[in-house]
Design a protein around this ligand. Structure first.
Ligand SMILES: *Cc1c(COP(=O)(O)O)cnc(C)c1O
Length: 406
C-alpha cells in the first residue's frame, strides 16, 4: 500500500469520504495519472461522469473557447446555447421541456417539485406523495435522502421530508397497495446505481407505466447514472420501450463539467409557470457549451452502436473472469458500460486490490464492484481492464488461502 499523503491526516475537508490515498493530477482518454507518474486505467470515470474520458480534445477546445468569451450571465437573460441543448435533448428523447441544474440531486429536486406542482395546479394539492423503491439512490439533499429512503443517510438530519413512500423492489402487490388518492408520482432508476446495479425487470417497468396511466400519476425516471449513452442507448428507458413523464439527468451529460437537467413532457411540466423554480448557476454558458459538445460526440451516428459492441465484449470477458474466480465473483450485472461484479468477498477489498493492479473501479451497495468506464474505450482498454481485474481477483484468492491465524 502506498503511504497515505500527509495532507489527509490534517485535512480541513469534512471527513465525509474515505478517500483512496492517490491524487490524480492529469488524464487522457481512459487513463489518469498521479503527480509521481503512477498510471491508472480509469474504469470509474469519476462515478460515471467522465463519459468521454479525460481531456477529450473536443470538450477541452469547447470549454477553453467558451471561457474566453463569457462565463456567466444568469438566467435573467436569453441563453442561446441552453436553448440549443434543450432542443437537442428533446429531439432525441420523449421530452418537450428542460430545466438545467448543476447536479443530479438538483435535477431530482426539480422532478419532485414538478410532480407535486402538476397535481396542485390541477386543484389537487393533497396529491404530493411520491412512491420510491428499496435500494434507491436519488441524492443527498433533504428531499432526495427521503426519496432514497436509506436510513444511514437520513438519521440525524432532523425530521424526514414527508411525502415519500417506499416499497420493496419489484413487488407488484406492495406497489399497488401503496398507491392512494394522495399519490403524485412513481420515481425509479431503471438500473439502480449506488444500490448495486440491479436492473428493473422489463415487465415491472411496463407495469409502472400502466399504473401511472390508470391512476393519473407521473412516472419519473432517475437516469442520472444510466443516461447519456452509459447503457448503449442514449437513455436506458429506450431498452424497455417505456417512456417516463419526467426524467432527471446529470453525471455523464457534462463529461466532467458539473451540470444536470430535468426533462419532462409539456403536460408534466404544466405547473412550472413563471417564478415557480429557479437556480443561479444552472444552465450557465460554460455548462451549456460543454453539454452541447458532449452531445456532438455521443449523438454522432455509430457512437452508441460502438458503446454497445464494446460493452458486449467486456461482458463476455467478465463472464469468463467469473468462471476463473468462482470463489470471488458471484454474478455479473448491469447493462452496457454500467456493469457490476457481485462478489462473494468484500467489495472494498477488491476495489483496493484493483487499484494496486492499476485499475480504478467503484464500490456499490449489495457488495458490488462497479465498472463505469468512459464510453470511448475500445478493445485494448477492455483487454487491459480484464487482465487487471484478473490480477486483483488472484490477489484476493491468495489472501483467502492464507491461514486465518496469520
Ligand atoms: C449520482 C446520483 C444522484 C445524485 O447526483 P449528485 O450530482 O451527486 O447530486 C442521484 N441519482 C442517481 C441515480 C445517481 O447516480
Amino acid at each position: 500500500m502506498a503511504p497515505v499523503p500527509a495532507s489527509s491526516h490534517n485535512s480541513l475537508l469534512l471527513p465525509t469520504y474515505a478517500r483512496a490515498p492517490i491524487a490524480l493530477e492529469r488524464g487522457e482518454g481512459a487513463w489518469a495519472e498521479t503527480a509521481d507518474g503512477r498510471r491508472f486505467l480509469d474504469f470509474g470515470a469519476g462515478i460515471a461522469v467522465n463519459s468521454l474520458g479525460h481531456a477529450h480534445p473536443h470538450l477541452v477546445k469547447t470549454l477553453t473557447e467558451q471561457a474566453q468569451r463569457i462565463w456567466h450571465t444568469s438566467n435573467l437573460y436569453a441563453m442561446p446555447d441552453g436553448e440549443k441543448l434543450a432542443r437537442r435533448l428533446c429531439e432525441a428523447t420523449f421530452a418537450e421541456r428542460v430545466f438545467f441544474t448543476n447536479s443530479g440531486a438538483e435535477a431530482n429536486e426539480c422532478a419532485i417539485k414538478m410532480a407535486r406542482k402538476y397535481h396542485a395546479a390541477k386543484g389537487n394539492p393533497e396529491r404530493f406523495h411520491i412512491i420510491t423503491f428499496e435500494g434507491a439512490f436519488h441524492g443527498r439533499t433533504l428531499a432526495t435522502i427521503a426519496a432514497g429512503g436509506q436510513q444511514k443517510y437520513i438519521d440525524g438530519f432532523g425530521p424526514k421530508v414527508s411525502g415519500f413512500d417506499q416499497v420493496p423492489f419489484d413487488d407488484e402487490t406492495a406497489l399497488k397497495a401503496a398507491i392512494t388518492d394522495e399519490t403524485a408520482a412513481l420515481m425509479i432508476e431503471p438500473i439502480q446505481g449506488e444500490g448495486g446495479l440491479r436492473s428493473v425487470p422489463m415487465r415491472f417497468l411496463k407495469l409502472l407505466r400502466e399504473l401511472c396511466d390508470e391512476h393519473g400519476l407521473l412516472l419519473i425516471f432517475d437516469e442520472i447514472q444510466t443516461g447519456v449513452g452509459r447503457t448503449g442507448k442514449f437513455f436506458a428507458y429506450e431498452h424497455y420501450g417505456v417512456a417516463p413523464d419526467i426524467m432527471s439527468v446529470a453525471k455523464g451529460i457534462g463529461g466532467g463539467f458539473p451540470m444536470g437537467a430535468c426533462l419532462a413532457t409539456e403536460e408534466a411540466a404544466s405547473g412550472m409557470t413563471l417564478g415557480t423554480h429557479g437556480t443561479t448557476f444552472g444552465g450557465n454558458p460554460l455548462a451549456m457549451a460543454v453539454g452541447n459538445a458532449v452531445l456532438d460526440v455521443i449523438l454522432e451516428p455509430g457512437f452508441l452502436d460502438h458503446v454497445a459492441q464494446t460493452a458486449l465484449r467486456l461482458r463476455q470477458s467478465l463472464a469468463q473472469l467469473k468462471d476463473h474466480h468462482p470463489d470471488v465473483i458471484e454474478e455479473i450485472r448491469g447493462e452496457g458500460l454500467m456493469l457490476g461484479l457481485k462478489l462473494k468477498t468484500l467489495n472494498t477489498d477488491f476495489v483496493a486490490e484493483a487499484r494496486e493492479a492499476g485499475l480504478l473501479v467503484v464500490a456499490a451497495g449489495d457488495n458490488v464492484v462497479r465498472l463505469l468506464p468512459p464510453l470511448i474505450i475500445g478493445e485494448t482498454e477492455v483487454a487491459e481492464a480484464v487482465a487487471r481485474l484478473d490480477k486483483a481477483a488472484g490477489a484476493i484468492e491468495a489472501n483467502l488461502k492464507r491461514p486465518a491465524a496469520e
